[in-house]
Ligand binder design. Structure first.
Ligand code: AMP
Ligand code: ZN
Length: 460
């Protein structure tokens, strides 16, 4: 099956052609680990997980690298503002190392809850300080850096097609609108490669470098880690659409300045989750975490289902109502397939239609529509189930586990079910109905079918 992906670099959908025959080098911009991730932060990783699953069913071996920003990521898109980890440290009394450690665990737990396969390699910024200094030294020797009062900056005017991935014609305007202009910079789009530590404060995280005590600028890590693990040019680079205007142009500029080559061939970007009309954002306090959703009775799989119902390049308006609808939809699938028996055979045409959809720029919404088609089709139940479980290898909705869970009926409910059978044998419909109410109270649904009474207890 040909895989087609929308490439932000060429601004069109292209057939995916890897550098090596059956291997893919994939780099994903990871989180800043200073707080609980909100569901907007987690959503991209569901998408890239689906991308990996699509590649896997096409027999590609994947080397997937992700950074964990545990230092130096500032509170604004420009190179000023307080370091987020320092801010969290000031607010909690823990040092920056402890905060990063804790939130890396939280992030990994969230990935696990969402059934997201971990990358082949996680790298923390603090793991590759030496390599970042080496990389920045090359930039310095090649004449790309200049010094201003708070750090070493990259001169973007030295890159002929700087910002080719985005339309940066109005960058000067944007800078003025977003943050106070830094008058020391030569060009508005110039960015810090190495920041100096403030003279009056000792930072938890700071390192000696040829330019003095300080810490890396926040674009450096991705250029360095991707090159270290995947080479000068690799296949796919993924991240949020917010990275199109600042982070990715800067990453690309640094990498190309060092290697003279394009950093990655395909650049994929996810649109944002909106909440109450605006971008879900940690800094604005308008966010929801997975833990909060769980506390409200929602399953992480319902959230995954909701994300898959939308196309990843279209913004998604999140609400608890839409999440509830997604959870109901997932329950309906479990209810439909729980009594299908054993998987055997397949629904070939529909399987192909499904692979076609998800291979076409990850059209998971269409993929889910095909799944529904399977349920509604005339194929044998065993074939339907086999096909649905195969589709689920791409969707990652843990359907097998959820079905198994749903078939697990408590001893208490089993006794009531027995009694209900007897009541029905005696045509005592009133008692049968009362017993059904008892079962409902326990969360157990009972269905009277031609093959007899069947029970299911959907739980997440
Ligand atoms: P951060 O931890 O803020 O660096 O964000 C981690 C990832 O989540 C980045 O790739 C962002 O582009 C992405 N992201 C942040 N907010 C949202 C949102 N509301 N919707 C979708 N993606 C987001
Ligand atoms: Zn990055």
């Amino acid at each position: 099956m040909n895989i087609r992906l929308y490439n932000s670099l060429t601004k069109q959908k292209e057939e995916f052609k890897p550098i090596k025959k059956k291997e893919v080098g994939l780099y994903t911009c990871g989180p800043t680990v200073y707080d609980y991730p909100h569901i907007g932060n987690l959503m991209p990783y569901i998408i890239w997980d689906v991308l990996k699953r699509v590649l896997k069913i096409n027999k590609y071996k994947i080397k997937h690298v992700m950074n964990l920003t545990d230092v130096g990521h500032l509170t604004s898109d420009a190179d000023d503002g307080e370091d987020k980890l320092v801010k969290a440290s000031r607010e909690t009394g823990q040092n920056a190392w402890q905060i990063a450690e804790f939130f890396i665990k939280v992030f990994r737990n969230n990935l696990c809850s969402l059934n997201i396969d971990e990358p082949s390699k996680f790298l923390r910024v603090t793991d590759v300080i030496k390599e970042q200094i080496e990389f920045a030294s090359i930039l310095d020797k090649k004449g790309y850096l200049y010094k201003i009062s708070d750090g070493m900056y990259f001169d973007t005017s030295k890159i002929k097609d700087y910002g080719k991935i985005a339309n940066l014609a109005n960058v000067e305007l944007k800078e003025g609108a977003r943050v106070a202009k830094n008058n020391e910079k030569k060009n508005p789009s110039d960015f810090a490669v190495w920041k100096f530590s403030p003279e009056d404060k000792i930072r938890d995280m700071e390192w000696e470098s040829p330019w003095g005590l300080g810490f890396p600028g926040w674009h450096l890590e991705c250029s360095v880690m991707s090159r270290l693990e995947l080479g000068d040019t690799f296949d796919i680079h993924t991240g949020g659409m917010d990275h199109l205007t600042v982070h990715h142009p800067n990453e690309m500029a640094q990498s190309e300045a060092v290697t003279g080559k394009l950093q990655a061939n395909y650049w994929l970007h996810n649109a944002f989750i909106k909440y109450e009309g605006a971008k879900m954002s940690k800094s604005k306090g308008t966010f929801v975490t997975l833990e909060e959703l769980r506390a409200k009775g929602f399953s992480p799989m319902a959230f995954r289902f909701l994300i898959l119902q939308n196309h990843y390049r279209k913004p998604l308006n999140f609400s608890l109502t839409s999440l509830q609808a997604a959870q109901n939809g997932l329950e309906a699938i479990i209810r439909a397939i729980a009594f299908y028996g054993k998987p055997k055979g397949n629904c070939k045409e529909l399987e192909e239609e499904f692979y076609e959809a998800v291979s076409n720029d990850l059209n998971t919404a269409k993929g889910l529509a095909v799944l529904q088609k399977v349920i509604d089709s005339d194929y044998k139940n065993s074939a339907k189930l086999a096909t649905i479980y195969k589709m689920n290898e791409v969707l990652g909705l843990r359907l097998e586990g959820l079905v198994k869970n749903a078939m697990d009926i408590s001893d208490e409910a089993k006794i009531i079910l027995e009694e209900r059978l007897k009541a029905r044998d005696n045509k005592d419909w009133e008692r049968s109905d009362k017993l059904r109410d008892k079962l409902t109270a326990l969360g157990v649904e009972v269905h009277d079918t031609p093959e007899g009474q069947k029970a299911i207890h959907i739980k997440f």
